[in-house]
Design a protein around this ligand. Structure first.
Ligand code: HOZ
Length: 428
């Protein structure tokens, strides 16, 4: 039996300090029950909790840790940067280097701005879209999650969906009055939304591969159709690639599907595990950003030297061979898990894109938020704990994505599959 004495004690103390005992809601294990593990350290593909239990990590800090924990090159880069100063509130060479590396990988980001989180990136991108077009309305996808800016907290995925919140207290009707919600993978609904709001839509923001309603890939032709609709209606197409950027390939989902957005938001991997976001896009659109243009946006820690150094160290290692390896590991996990599912008879849908995956406990195909929400979350909770007890650390909610890293080895994947086989047998 897993020891949890220290985690239990820390959780009690944390509950007196932080709402729900956490500093980000999904970490509280509300969706799966039980006491959240307090992690003490990570190395490669493994994490250790405060009680000394060790787990193979398939959460990867919700996506950033594509190289695994404590990669020596990333640590060396952070250390070298820290010795030179942790923050200046002034420009540094590393910003230029990371900006150039991002633009080379994601050419649609002709110019960009660094911020400190994915939330800031999406919030700022929308402001730019509105400033550039002079229009007010935005379209977002039902179950799409773009951080916690007010106007994006409508029909959100991730923790908002996991907690079953209809919206968000504190967000006024006015704040979301210009937010139009459209179901994912539904081209006709998108056409209707544009038609009903002619000449009013500033931008359509979408995770091209949603990862916050669980991982739900776009159907063939859907993203090109969105590009076409945005062009027809003079709206900007904004890809939130905070999860998919540098995850599904060096060029992100936009390279994978061959669709060039007007604006892109990145975070997670690009910051190498340190707080970083970035938004960018067409040169002309980005000219709207202050001080060149009238759209104000700023931040003391933007372009922070440690985050720049970590991001650069990670991006240097993400070559084609790295993505081939990630895909091979993802394929091994998929093949093993499919065979475990078949043996168990448990009805489930396994989605995988490269090294990202979600196992939905559902008998029906999952293609959008409505079908994702019909998955059996009780069964997921039991699966999660069976896996945790066997030393496998998964996202603690059904409507999230898991990740394989370059630090995982084949036998780690095989351990995942063997544990799944046992866990599925117990939750049948
Ligand atoms: N919003 C993240 C999941 N998509 C959770 C972040 C966290 O709890 O650290």
């Amino acid at each position: 039996m897993r020891k949890a004495t220290v985690s239990d004690d820390l959780f009690k103390r944390a509950q007196k300090l932080f709402p729900g005992g956490v500093n980000s809601p999904v970490r509280a294990f509300t969706a799966v029950g039980g006491t959240p593990v307090f992690l003490a350290r990570g190395q490669g593909a493994r994490v250790w909790d405060a009680d000394g239990n060790s787990y193979l990590d398939f959460l990867g800090s919700w996506g950033p840790l594509i190289l695994g924990h404590a990669d020596p090159d990333v640590l060396a880069a952070i250390e070298a940067a820290a010795r030179e100063g942790t923050s200046f509130g002034a420009s540094t060479e590393r910003e230029v280097l990371l900006g150039e590396a991002i633009r080379a990988a994601v050419p649609s980001m002709e110019r960009m701005r660094f911020v400190s989180s994915g939330t800031e990136a999406t919030m700022s991108a929308l402001r730019v879209a509105r400033g550039h077009t002079g229009r007010a309305k935005i379209i977002k996808i039902e179950g799409g999650y773009h951080g916690h800016a007010d106007n994006l907290l409508a029909a959100s995925g991730s923790g908002v969906a996991t907690l079953g919140l209809p919206g968000c207290a504190g967000v006024t009707a006015g704040a979301v009055a210009d937010t139009i919600i459209v179901p994912f993978n539904d081209e006709a609904a998108m056409q209707a939304a544009f038609a009903a709001n002619r000449n009013q839509v500033a931008g359509l923001i979408i995770e091209p591969i949603p990862g916050n309603m669980g991982l739900v890939p776009p159907q063939s032709g859907y993203l090109p159709a969105l590009r076409q609709l945005c062009d027809t209606h003079g709206a900007l197409l904004i890809f939130d690639e905070v999860i998919s950027g540098f995850r599904v390939g060096r060029g992100g989902a936009q390279a994978l599907f061959g669709v060039r957005p007007d604006l892109t938001c990145l975070g997670k991997i690009v910051g190498g595990g340190l707080p970083l976001g970035v938004f960018g896009g067409r040169d002309k659109i980005m000219s709207a950003v202050a001080p060149e243009g009238p759209v104000y946006q700023a931040g003391t820690l933007s372009g922070n030297p440690l985050a720049m150094a970590a991001g650069l160290a990670v991006l240097r290692k993400l070559d084609q061979a790295a993505y081939r390896r990630l895909d091979a590991l993802g394929q091994r996990l998929e093949t093993g898990l499919r065979s475990a599912l078949a043996a168990s008879g448990v009805a489930a849908q396994l989605h995988r894109v490269g090294s990202a995956f979600t196992l939905f406990f559902s008998a029906e195909p999952v293609t959008d938020f409505a079908s994702a929400k019909r998955a059996d979350t009780g069964r997921f909770a039991r699966f999660f704990h069976e896996m945790l007890d066997r030393g496998i650390y998964l996202p603690p909610a059904q409507l999230e994505s898991g990740f394989v890293s370059l630090a995982h080895r084949e036998d780690d994947i095989d351990a995942f599959v063997a544990s799944s086989r046992q866990a599925l047998a117990t939750i049948r």
